[in-house]
Design a protein around this ligand. Structure first.
Ligand code: SAH
Ligand code: SF4
Length: 416
């Protein structure tokens, strides 16, 4: 989501004559777009501000904007700690960022003669909703991003058509829980997430559709049918599990059991045979015992995840879970994380090895000067093969010839 927000704001600045640089030392304006979901993300933002403070001493004219979820959380205090910050834009105001920025910058950009051309992006993200009101007991998102709000269907479709006209081939629809998307359609109709997918499936120029993230409690059969019937919807689902223990899931307020999750994963695999399933797992949630953790390992083995994002529980201020004790000690969290990642690596390696000899549809995203082409399969697996630069942006069929846990090698078979 932050990548999507940052890209949108970058596009806005570019449209006003701004030119991007990778070096803060060369910048007139630095926007620090922050995440708050774990303590570590906030520490990174703070240490980056520390580095900016040194640059600011040498370049006093440089302007600094502090934005996003952490900005929402600490907007009252951050300027006391880093007085050089010129503007704070919290996540709840992110929709109005362009207007706020224009007001703040005044004519700073207008006198620039260089207009940088926007680079055509083959793959783009689009936010279809903002906020969340599920209130998982560990999570700070509802506090910093506010209640769930779906964007109007016509606005989303217009944005995607614009992206397609500018060269986007693959679009990823984003929301904290896309399964609860809802918008008023024409007449008295209600558009749900499956309807939206079908509409995006009809947009010319878009070859592939991805979406994230899903909440098992709101995933319905209509969506499974839509995924299998819409040709452009890719064979990948990100379905966060968090824990395999029913006690921990209840304490997290996730509103499903491990059994519900397994039933859903099995239905999905049955309906979409080449489906890759990825997930989020948290270790060390307060009260997590060795038996709870063993239950998580069991469900991971059963579900055969293609990839998992694993996190150590991090108490977030103001969340219900943080009101109690952070009872699992750090070394235990680290030990569980290491066991989990080892198991995930071996499952992923085993699954990818089974793909050797198969043909995969690949969207070619890059081709290096020495002729190595790279892209992703419909199941979102990275794959590399020998290819010419004119393949960039095309769909090709690749025969898989080699595999690692998180990437594949192949040889070009034909264009699709
Ligand atoms: N809306 C998404 C999650 C967004 S946050 C969903 O419900 O799946 C992304 C992931 O960060 C979560 O799935 C969770 O695994 C992790 N996470 C969230 N809060 C956390 C916390 N306090 N400590 C550790 N990990 C956390
Ligand atoms: Fe956080 Fe739960 Fe909402 Fe995801 S669904 S953003 S984990 S509160």
């Amino acid at each position: 989501m932050n990548v999507a927000d940052s890209a949108a704001i970058g596009e806005h600045l570019r449209s006003r004559g701004g030119v991007a640089t990778d070096l803060a030392q060369q910048a007139d304006l630095v926007i620090v777009n922050t995440c708050s979901v774990r303590g570590q993300a906030e520490h990174k933002a703070l240490s980056y501000l520390g580095r900016l403070a040194l640059i600011k001493v040498k370049q006093p004219a440089m302007k600094v904007v502090f934005a996003g979820c952490m900005a929402e959380r600490v907007k009252e205090s951050i300027k006391k700690r880093f007085p050089f910050i010129n503007l704070v834009v919290g996540a709840r105001d992110i929709e109005y960022f362009p207007q706020l920025l224009d007001k703040f910058l005044g004519d700073m950009l207008d006198d620039r003669s260089v207009l940088s051309a926007a680079t055509p992006q083959l793959t783009s993200f689009i936010n279809i909703m903002r906020g969340c009101e599920n209130h998982c007991s560990y999570c700070i998102v509802p506090t910093v991003r506010g209640p769930e709000k779906s964007r109007a269907v016509d606005d989303i479709l217009a944005d995607i058509r614009r992206m397609a006209a500018a060269g986007t081939k693959e679009v990823t629809l984003l929301g904290q829980n896309v399964n609860s998307y809802t918008s008023a359609g024409r007449g008295k109709t209600i558009i749900d997430f499956s309807d939206l997918l079908q509409m995006v499936n009809g947009i010319d120029g878009i070859d592939r559709i991805r979406f994230m993230t899903n909440h098992p409690k709101d995933f319905n059969d209509k969506l499974i049918e839509t995924m299998s019937s819409c040709a452009k919807v890719c064979d990948h689902i990100h379905l966060p599990l968090q824990s395999g223990s029913d006690t921990i899931l209840a304490a997290m307020n996730r509103k499903y059991t491990a059994g519900d999750y397994l039933t859903l994963a099995n239905k999905l695999k049955h309906a979409i045979p080449r489906l890759a399933i990825t997930t989020d797992i948290m270790v060390g949630f307060p009260g997590e015992t060795d038996a709870d953790f063993a239950a998580t390992l069991r469900i991971i083995e059963h579900t055969d995840f293609d990839f998992l994002y694993a996190f150590k529980y991090s108490p977030r201020p103001g969340t219900p879970a943080a009101a109690g004790e952070d009872s699992v000690i750090r070394s235990k969290k680290e030990e569980r994380l290491a066991i989990l990642l080892e198991q995930a690596d071996s499952i992923a390696a085993r699954k990818n090895a089974k793909l050797i000899g198969t043909h995969q549809e690949v969207l070619v995203e890059e081709v290096t000067a020495n002729g190595i082409a790279g892209g992703r399969t419909r199941a979102n697996k990275k794959i590399f093969f020998a290819g010419e630069s004119n393949l960039r942006g095309t769909l090709v069929s690749i025969t898989v010839t080699g595999s690692k846990a998180y990437s594949l090698e192949g040889s070009f078979t034909s264009c699709v």
